[in-house]
Structures are given as structure tokens and as C-alpha cells.
Ligand binder design. Structure first.
Ligand code: RIB
Ligand code: NA
Length: 287
């Protein structure tokens, strides 16, 4: 049967400007083109997990604007259960201002309704969380809501993946509640100290995404890097989200960590071929 995955996280509309040159302070440049595409780390992970064959529920909020309505429809179109998404009145939907150049991506987020995803909202859906095979969390909603959700998962013994992005401090006891923690290299360096034996804190739980290099895990205290097959890159926005979703699906289906990383690398490798976080996310049949 399909694994049940619940995401408590953000939903954004991504306002994407593609440009050859990035403007310096006080400078104006002409870009190449502009697109409005679905994004938000929570939403991206929900859509990717659903396309990969999981039963996905999204717990979040959108604003009472046109973006909010479009974003709810996008979940429906992708088979994600939207009962846990509330429309917050007099609040704008979350947006991400994204500049994509051939050198890098730059992102500015305005939380909007994501900033109103509070403990009381999560409490309305504890039964959904309790019935999950896996819960996925990112750091684009208030940290108190993250803590509260981790408390529920710990109490109910629900496996949970923390994707600590964008990088934000969290008390150790909450990282301890995670089954896996999935930082990129920068997030890992910022959040986890090196122990005296040369291993990072929580190394047993760490799955580190390393961009074009692939992703690593620790086996018997040794870090093993699994490289990706495909790196035909148009836009890496959301690659980490696809990786997280695919890793969660594979683990929830009972695969080993190593198998799950191969699967997640493949999914992320397909996702980066198209502009936008969700456009290239593969269906299970494409894998
Ligand atoms: O992880 C990529 C996402 O980060 C984008 O879709 C954007 O919305 C930001 O939240
Ligand atoms: Na993409």
C-alpha cells in the first residue's frame, strides 16, 4: 500500500526572474524573462512525494488572495489532500522572490500566511499526523510550530525527517526527536558541531545533500558519498525538496538508507532539468 506522508510546512508562489547579469547596488539591468511558478519548501516536498506515489497530506495556510486559490488548486491537481490547508483572512500568501542566473540562485522569502501556521492549527490535524508513516518538516514556518509538531511525533512515535532549511537554530532535544536530518553542507556546518572523534553531532541521522556531488550518509562512522547519475541542470531551485520527498517515500516504503539516497538522487536529477521548483519533479513511472 502507499505510504502516508504528512508535511507541516510552507506554501509559496515563486516569482522567478531569469537573468544573465545580477544587478549590483544602485544598478539596473535587463533580465531574460519572468515566470510565476508554484513553490515553497513544504509544498514542493508534498508535490514531489505525491508524484512519487505517496498518499500526501499538507498542513499549512495560504492567504485570501489569488495566489492562495491557485496554490490550493495545484495541490488538488497533484493529488495532495488539502483538508489541512486553511485560508487566512486579510493575509497575503507566502511568496519567494527568486533570481536565477547561470552563476547561482538568490531567494528572498516573505512568509505571509506561512507565518500564521501556529500550534493551534497543527492541533486541528493531530489525527492526520498520528496516522502518518512519515512526517516531513522544513524551517519556513514558525519554529514554535516545528517544536510542537516534533513533540507530537515523539509522543506518538511517528518517524520524522527534519530538513533544516533555511538554516535556523533549534534546541538539541528537538534534533534528537528526528529520525533523519537532511541539511545541505552549509546548513550542516552551521548547525552541527564536530565531536572530539571527528564526527558531526547526530551523524547517525545525517543525510547531507551536496549539490552536484550527490548526497552522503554515515555507515559505521564513515561518511559515504553517493553521486548522482544525471546533472543536466537548468534550475536547481527545489532540488533539495525533491531529494527530501523521494528519500522519505523510499524510507517509508521500507528501503535501506543507501537505496533511498540513490532513489532521491535520481528524482532530484530529473527535477533540475526544468525551470521552477515543481516543473521537473518526476512521476513514479518516470523513475
Ligand atoms: O527550496 C526551494 C523553495 O525555497 C522555493 O520554491 C522557494 O519558494 C523557497 O521557499
Ligand atoms: Na527545477
Amino acid at each position: 500500500s502507499k505510504p502516508k506522508i504528512t508535511i507541516v510546512g510552507s506554501i509559496n508562489m515563486d516569482l522567478i526572474t531569469v537573468t544573465d547579469q545580477v544587478a549590483a547596488a544602485g544598478e539596473t539591468v535587463s533580465g531574460t524573462h519572468f515566470e510565476t511558478l508554484f513553490g515553497g519548501k513544504g509544498a514542493n516536498q508534498a508535490i514531489a512525494a505525491s508524484r512519487l506515489g505517496a498518499d500526501v497530506s499538507m498542513i499549512s495556510k495560504v492567504g485570501d488572495d489569488a495566489f492562495g486559490a491557485e496554490m490550493i488548486k495545484n495541490f488538488e491537481d497533484n493529488g495532495v489532500v488539502t483538508d489541512g490547508i486553511a485560508v487566512e483572512e486579510k493575509t497575503p500568501s507566502g511568496i519567494a522572490n527568486i533570481i536565477v542566473s547561470d552563476k547561482d540562485n538568490r531567494i528572498i522569502i516573505i512568509a505571509g500566511a506561512n507565518g500564521q501556521v501556529d500550534k493551534a492549527h497543527v492541533d486541528n490535524y493531530t489525527s492526520v499526523i498520528k496516522n502518518s508513516d512519515m512526517v516531513l518538516l522544513q524551517f519556513e514556518i514558525p519554529m514554535n510550530t516545528i517544536r510542537h509538531t516534533l513533540d507530537i511525533c515523539r509522543k506518538e512515535e511517528i518517524p520524522v525527517i527534519i530538513n533544516p532549511a533555511p538554516v535556523t537554530e533549534l534546541e538539541r532535544e528537538y534534533f534528537e526527536a528526528a529520525t533523519y536530518i537532511t541539511p545541505n553542507e552549509h546548513e550542516r556546518a552551521q548547525l552541527f558541531k564536530m565531536r572530539e572523534d571527528g564526527l558531526p553531532e547526530y551523524y547517525e541521522k545525517l543525510i547531507t545533500t551536496q549539490g552536484a556531488q550527490g548526497a552522503s550518509y554515515f555507515n559505521d562512522g564513515r561518511e559515504i558519498l553517493i553521486p548522482p547519475k544525471n546533472v543536466d541542470v537548468v534550475d536547481t531551485t527545489g532540488a533539495g525538496d525533491t531529494f527530501n520527498a523521494a528519500f522519505a517515500v523510499a524510507i517509508a516504503e521500507g528501503r535501506t538508507v543507501e537505496e533511498a539516497i540513490y532513489f532521491a538522487n535520481d528524482a532530484a536529477g530529473l527535477a533540475v532539468r526544468k525551470l521552477g521548483a515543481q516543473s521537473g519533479m518526476p512521476m513514479r513511472e518516470e523513475m
